[in-house]
Ligand binder design. Structure first.
Ligand SMILES: CC(C)(COP(=O)(O)OP(=O)(O)OC[C@H]1O[C@@H](n2cnc3c(N)ncnc32)[C@H](O)[C@@H]1OP(=O)(O)O)[C@@H](O)C(=O)NCCC(=O)NCCS
Length: 125
C-alpha cells in the first residue's frame, strides 16, 4: 500500500544564488560527495542541484516530517543508474525513519527546465 507521496518545485535561480554566496559550505551541508560529483559534471550544475534539493524536500513531505526532526538533508541521496534513472539512497536518521515506519519501496522521478526543477517521491509499505 502507499505510505506517502511528496512533491516539490525549486526555482533554479534561488539555488544558483545560494551556491554563489555559500559555495562548498552549502553544498557539503546539503549534498553527498556523489551528488556533488554528478552535478559538477554538468555545465548547468545548479539545475541538477535544484532537482536534488527538490527530491530531499519531496521525501520529507512523503514521510510527513519537517527538518530538524531527526532527518538531515544530506541523509537523503539521489543516485543515478547507468540509464540515467534516479534512485533514492538513505542514511542515518532518514534510513532509521524509513525502516521504523515499515516502508519497503521508494519511487522517484525528476524533471527540470532552465528555470525550475521538480521531483516526486512515492513511498510504499
Ligand atoms: C529519460 C528522459 C525521458 C528524460 O527526459 P528529459 O525531458 O530529457 O529530461 P527531464 O528534465 O524531464 O528529466 C531529467 C531527469 O530525468 C531523469 N532520468 C534520466 N534518465 C532516466 C531514465 N532512464 N528513467 C527515468 N528517469 C530518468 C534524471 O533524474 C534527470 O535528471 P538528473 O540528470 O538531474 O538526475 C529522456 O532523456 C529519454 O531518454 N527519453 C526517451 C525518448 C527519447 O529517446 N527521446 C529522444 C528522441 S525524440
Amino acid at each position: 500500500m502507499i505510505y506517502g507521496v511528496g512533491i516539490d518545485l525549486v526555482e533554479n535561480d534561488r539555488i544558483e544564488k545560494i551556491i554563489q554566496k555559500w559555495g562548498e559550505k552549502f553544498l557539503c551541508r546539503v549534498f553527498s560527495d556523489r551528488e556533488i560529483e554528478y552535478c559538477g559534471r554538468h555545465a548547468q550544475a545548479h539545475i541538477h542541484y535544484g532537482a536534488r534539493f527538490a527530491v530531499k524536500e519531496a521525501f520529507l513531505k512523503a514521510i510527513s516530517l519537517g527538518l530538524g526532526r531527526g532527518v538531515r538533508l544530506q541523509e537523503i541521496e539521489v543516485v543515478n543508474e547507468p540509464s540515467g534513472q534516479p534512485t533514492l539512497m538513505l542514511y542515518g536518521g532518514a534510513q532509521d525513519f524509513y525502516q521504523g515506519a515499515g516502508i519497503t519501496s521508494a519511487y522517484l522521478s525528476i524533471t527540470h527546465t532552465k528555470k525550475y526543477a521538480s521531483a516526486l517521491v512515492l513511498l510504499e509499505k
